[in-house]
Design a binder for this molecule. Structure first.
Ligand code: RB5
Length: 150
């Protein structure tokens, strides 16, 4: 598995923590910033990572900002992205099993590093269940491909 990770200035410390986790899990990743010496705009980091995941250049993405909300809103605008904002382990596991989420968003100002690591670990190691859940995410893809319903 290859992961693309990025944050804005609000997620900088947690991004470093999650990179340590990826190293521990021996998961390959590339870091797409930010350098964060000043305040930056989260869409400038969410959209490139989301495009790389949507294009198949990376299997998964992890996006971190202050709340995780801006990153998840932006990422979910990209065709083919199912970005899940998770601040608990149950949701992180469930969104992999049920939604086949391909990007995880978290907020550094919402949860501590210990919980964030557990969330990311659960999300990275849980497989999609398929079956009836496949039908459901296919309905989202159909809408994405033809939102007017034609
Ligand atoms: C930056 O101050 C903050 O707005 C951003 O990190 C994020 O929380 C946006 O959703």
């Amino acid at each position: 598995m290859k992961v693309a990770i990025a944050s804005d200035h609000g997620g900088l410390n947690l991004r470093e923590e999650i990179k340590h986790l990826l190293d521990e899990l021996e998961i390959e990743y590339d870091d797409f910033g930010c350098e964060c010496s000043t305040s930056v705009d989260y869409p400038d980091y969410a959209l490139p990572v989301a495009k790389k995941v949507a294009d198949g250049k990376y299997d998964r993405g992890i996006l971190i900002c202050g709340t995780g909300i801006g990153m998840s809103i932006a990422a979910n605008k990209v065709h083919g992205i199912r970005c899940a904002l998770c601040h608990d382990v149950f949701s992180a596991k469930a969104t992999r099993e049920h939604n086949n989420s391909n990007i995880l968003a978290m907020g550094e100002r919402v949860i501590g590093p210990g919980l964030a690591r557990e969330i990311a670990k659960a999300w990275l190691t849980t497989e999609f269940l398929g079956g009836r859940h496949e039908n459901r995410i296919n309905k989202i893809s159909v809408y994405e491909n033809s939102p007017s319903g034609e």
